[in-house]
Design a protein around this ligand. Structure first.
Ligand code: CP
Ligand code: NVA
Length: 304
């Protein structure tokens, strides 16, 4: 079994299946009001170098529900913000806590943390990946449509962290993925290359959102400007005009297609209010499922 969760591609098929299956069991337990506290006495350190609502709350609540405790660490209140080296932070935290969740900028920071820590490290979003979100997304698709294999997922917008992790997740799940991205905003070349080598035509990048949406089982989008790209906002608004999930895009998809968004959303930009509030939208179930899937990840990774 894996030590860390840094991105989806390195997950074995067995770990991937186990996380989704266990998340379903943990969700059912919680709905029945059953207490389940295998992580009693365990602590998760949560390092946030970027803002968060869902990731922070779902990890903190998840640890609490599993009987453990979560510590919120912000760079401004710790020595991380004053430049203490990652490798030192990793070794110190490994002596106090049982796992680290980190949200930061470069993927390399998470990788170094994992290399130097003797405890599990979980990527809670970097500029390149958002694996916990995508595991929750795929859990949601399977919950709603009953399967993953053979479905067509269409992502419209920026080739960002979400796009990269969705590519890896779709390949792992045996789905097809088509991304409609403007020129210059394609997904990471390494992620895309590896996915194409493994899955061939199941992975495609096109320009036209309507063309991409044809026959989609799932439509997915994310913000035009991610955290850390605030200065590019105006330039991105121009580049992404038309890269929106709206009624016309939804019409091109299969009837009953799911509309998904990792949130937070900017209604009127990457998604219309009408579609986000419409009957195809599963965005709030998707957000809820972050909690259940993360509990499965924590239970699997933290020794108990
Ligand atoms: N989707 C997601 O990761 O949300 P937060 O930024 O609120 O954690
Ligand atoms: N792409 C977005 C995802 C937020 C959950 C960002 O990185 O800001």
């Amino acid at each position: 079994m894996m030590k860390d969760l840094l991105s989806i591609a390195p997950l074995s098929g067995e770990d991937f299946d186990n996380i989704l299956a266990r998340a379903g069991e943990l969700k059912a337990k919680q709905k029945r009001g059953e207490r389940h506290t295998p992580l009693a006495g365990k602590t998760l350190a949560m390092i946030f170098e970027k803002s968060s609502t869902r990731t922070r709350v779902s990890f903190e609540v998840g640890m609490f529900q599993l009987g453990g405790h979560a510590l919120f660490l912000s760079p401004s209140d710790t020595q991380i913000g004053r430049g203490e080296e990652i490798r030192d932070t990793a070794r110190v935290l490994s002596r106090y806590v049982d796992g680290i969740m980190v949200r930061t900028f470069a993927q390399e920071i998470v990788e170094e943390l994992a290399k130097c820590a003797s405890i599990p490290v979980i990527n809670g979003l970097t500029d390149r990946h958002h694996p916990c979100q995508v595991l929750a997304d795929l859990f949601t698709v399977r919950e709603k449509l009953g399967k993953l294999k053979g479905l067509k997922l269409v992502y419209i917008g920026d080739g960002n962290n979400m796009a990269n992790s969705l590519i890896e997740g779709a390949v792992k799940a045996g789905m097809g993925i088509t991304l409609a991205c403007p020129e210059g905003y394609e997904p990471d070349g390494g992620v895309l290359g590896a996915a194409k080598r493994e899955a061939g035509d199941r992975v495609q990048v096109v320009r036209d959102p309507i063309e991409a949406a044809k026959g989609a089982d799932v439509l997915y989008t994310d913000v035009w400007a991610s955290m850390g790209q605030e200065k590019e906002k105006a330039e991105r608004e121009k580049a992404f005009a038309g890269y929106q999930i709206n009624a016309a895009v939804l019409k091109a998809a299969k009837p009953g297609a799911l509309v998904m968004h990792c949130l937070p959303a900017h209604r009127g930009e990457e998604i219309t209010d009408e579609v986000m509030e419409g009957e195809n939208s599963v965005v709030f179930d998707e957000a809820e499922n972050r909690l259940h899937v993360q509990k499965a990840i924590l239970e699997m990774l933290i020794k108990h």
